[in-house]
Design a protein around this ligand. Structure first.
Ligand code: SAH
Length: 298
C-alpha cells in the first residue's frame, strides 16, 4: 500500500502569527466550513491544512483572506504530494474519556478494570475520533440529557462522520440510532465502526443531505433526540432544515460552533424553542435545545 504513488493533494499554508492566538477559534470555525481533512502544525504559528478538493481549498483561502487578512493572516495555496502525514498522525491517536464514555482507536483499548462505555473508532480522513472539542461537548450533553436518550425510540445523528455520536447514543441507552451523512468516505468509516462496535442491529446509516426539503429527506424523518455536530454557519443559515428532524418537544444536541458564533446560532433557533443546557470547552460551545411542544415555525 505504501508503494502506491499518491496524487497531489490541495493544501493551504496558513501563516498565523502567535500575536493572533485569540483569533484561532475563528480561523478553526472558518476552516470547518470547507471540509478540511487534516491540519498539520508546521511550527512558528504556521499550519498546513489539507483539503479533499481544490475548489474547497480556494474558497477557504478567499474566506480566510477576507475575514482575517487585515489582522495579518497569510494564506498560500499549494498542491503537494501526499506523504501520508495524515495517516501517520492518526496512527498516534490515543483514547479519550468523556464521563463514562471512552472513545478509543483499536490500538488503545481502555483497561479492563476501568468501567467505561467504549466506542471504538478507526481513525479515518473523516471527522469524529473524539479529538475535537465539539464531539466531546456533544458527548457531555448526551450524558447530561440521558433521560431523553433512554426514553426515545430512536436518535437521529445529523452529520454522523465516523458514527461516533450514534454509537455513543446506543451505548448510553438509546434503543436505536440513525446516522445521516452526505460524504461517502465518512459513511464507509461509519459502517466499519458500527460493525466493530457490534451495534449494526441498532444503527441505520443513511447517505443523504439532511438540509434538503421533503420529500428528499422524508426517509430521515423526525426523532425526539437529534444530535448535530455541524458548523456555526450551517446552524445560522439552515436551522429550519435541522429542526425539521426534531419532533415537537424533542431535544437537539448541537455543537460545532464557537462562542463568537453562538449568538447567531441561538438567534436562528430561538423561535422554535429554548436552550436547556450549555457546555463550553476552549471556545467551542455545545447547546442542548428543547423544541417547543406546539408545532413551531419552520
Ligand atoms: N458527528 C461526528 C462528526 C461531525 S463532523 C462528531 O461529532 O465527531 C460533521 C459531519 O457532517 C461531516 O462528516 C460532514 O460530512 C457532515 N455534513 C455536513 N453537512 C451535511 C449535510 N448537509 N448533510 C449530511 N451530512 C453533512
Amino acid at each position: 500500500m505504501a508503494d502506491e504513488p499518491r496524487p497531489d493533494r490541495p493544501a493551504l499554508d496558513i501563516h498565523f502569527p502567535p500575536s493572533l492566538a485569540s483569533l484561532r477559534p475563528r480561523l478553526d470555525a472558518l476552516l470547518d466550513d470547507f471540509d478540511p481533512f487534516a491540519v498539520e502544525e508546521t511550527g512558528h504559528g504556521a499550519r498546513r491544512v489539507w483539503f479533499f478538493a481544490p475548489g474547497a481549498r480556494d474558497a477557504a483561502a478567499r474566506a480566510i483572506q477576507q475575514a482575517l487578512g487585515r489582522d495579518g493572516a497569510q494564506v498560500v495555496p499549494r498542491d503537494l504530494p501526499d506523504d501520508g502525514w495524515a495517516e501517520r498522525s492518526q496512527a498516534e491517536l490515543a483514547a479519550i474519556r468523556v464521563g463514562t464514555i471512552v472513545v478509543a482507536p483499536p490500538w488503545d483499548p481502555p483497561a479492563r478494570d476501568a468501567p467505561a462505555l467504549v466506542v471504538e473508532i478507526v481513525p479515518s480522513t473523516g471527522f469524529g475520533t473524539g479529538h475535537h472539542a465539539s464531539t466531546r461537548l456533544c458527548l457531555v450533553l448526551m450524558q447530561r440529557m440521558h433521560k431523553d436518550l433512554a426514553a426515545t425510540p430512536r436518535v437521529i445523528d445529523l452529520g454522523t462522520g465516523s458514527g461516533v455520536l450514534a454509537i455513543a447514543a446506543v451505548r448510553l441507552g438509546a434503543r436505536a440510532a440513525t446516522g445521516v451523512e452526505r460524504d461517502p468516505d465518512a459513511l464507509r468509516n461509519a459502517r466499519e465502526n458500527v460493525e466493530r462496535n457490534r451495534v449494526a442491529g441498532a444503527i441505520d446509516l443513511l447517505e443523504a443531505d439532511f438540509t434538503l426539503p421533503a420529500p428528499q429527506t422524508t426517509s430521515i424523518g423526525t426523532a425526539s433526540v437529534v444530535t448535530a455536530n455541524l458548523t456555526g454557519s450551517l446552524f445560522a443559515a439552515q436551522a429550519p432544515a435541522v429542526l425539521q428532524h426534531v419532533a415537537p418537544g424533542g431535544l437537539l444536541v448541537a455543537s460545532g460552533f464557537t462562542d463568537g458564533e453562538e449568538a447567531g446560532v441561538r438567534a436562528a433557533l430561538r423561535a422554535a424553542g429554548a436552550v436547556v443546557a450549555r457546555e463550553i470547552e476552549d471556545h467551542w460551545v455545545g447547546l442542548a435545545f428543547r423544541r417547543s411542544a406546539a408545532v413551531g415555525p419552520r
